[in-house]
Design a protein around this ligand. Sequence first.
Ligand code: GDD
Length: 409
Amino acid sequence: RVVAVIMVGGPTKGTRFRPLSLNVPKPLFPLGGQPMVQHPIVACKSIPNLVQIYLIGFHEEREFALYVSAISNELRVPVRYLKEDKPHGSAGGLYSFRDYIMEDDPSHIVLLNCDVCSSFPLPDMLEAHKRYGGMGTVLVIKVSAESANQFGELVADPVTNELLHYTEKPETFVSDRINCGVYIFTPDIFTAIQGVFTERKDRANLRRMNSFEALQSATKALPVDYVRLDQDILSPLAGKKKLYTYETLDFWEQIKTPGISLKCSSLYLAQYRYTSPHLLASGDGTKTATIIGDVYIHPSAKVHPSAKIGPNVSISANARIGAGVRLISCIILDDVEIKENAVVIHAIVGWKSSIGKWSRVQAEGDYNAKLGITILGEAVAVEDEVVVVNSIVLPNKTLNVSVHEEIIL
Ligand code: GDD
């Protein structure tokens, strides 16, 4: 039996995702037309003997209630949201719900960060994990040497795949192989986390005997029940024949900013060609718009037949796309209206926004740059014939003049 746990974090973590996280918790932001967290959930469904999926976080329970009940029914796998009273760190959060997780008596626990975009090769990874015979297996990918320091860098044995050395976001280069935030563990992970608590308590007791040192370290110390999977578990257990790696050659991205979410949306749309072609708009009917490349259109959206859409476009529920509109590389959220002959390129258009006739909302499309894509927050109104380039517009603004490289607060 296998139980999957997806760490969804909480509101304090979502600040880089503003203004999009003002409306919806980041894990529910749509990529390829489906909530971010749904991609790992669907991937978990392909694990043999999966009995339960838990989402663990410190977002309000009501924000996830509707979603988890809908997805449980749709996929016929029980999905449950468990709320931490406060952040316990990635390993501490897992540990705080160990009783729930162990209720199903799992032989394996699949643990996933919610904010990664991947093909999640979980069945193959589980097979590899069983062959290695360790306590845990980490999904790994090779990245450019320049970008590696944003992640956990690691060194593995090229023959046995054992994890030999692990450093979280090191200042000096260690390796271009990084931790993808996707793991398989045996229930022994709980003993390992318990070990960190015990060691911390022992150290605190020792310090109490030496009051000068206690004074020095009191400000630095983490709360006793805050345990990070990377620094507190992976680093100390590397090289002890307990942890192994499984390298993916497929796509992988970390989703920290709205810019990257537009790239991830395109990666998931491309994946649908193999996994869920029914989600892609085909546009071969004479009454439908012209579709180019990978496009998702929610069934409730209304798209004028003379519009031209794609590649990499996803259109959410109840959006209305007028005559002659051109959409390229963009995410159009619920209830948006785009009027005749408007153009949207490399942009995210927030819930209930409207774009006037002959207007242009665009950017150059550098996913990593701060203003590399244009973002309109919720209920932004762009009036007719206005041009918005490389800009971020916060919710509820009306734009009646053109803007270029601006953040409109
Ligand atoms: N429930 C809960 N409680 N979730 C948490 C908590 C917590 O207290 N703290 C973090 N998370 C979740 C985040 O939402 C995210 O999905 C995941 O745990 C990891 O978050 P961080 O611990 O903030 O690490 P990171 O995202 O900067 O980096 C981690 O992931 C990278 C891959 O994306 C590290 O493990 C890196 O080594 C790794 O490369």
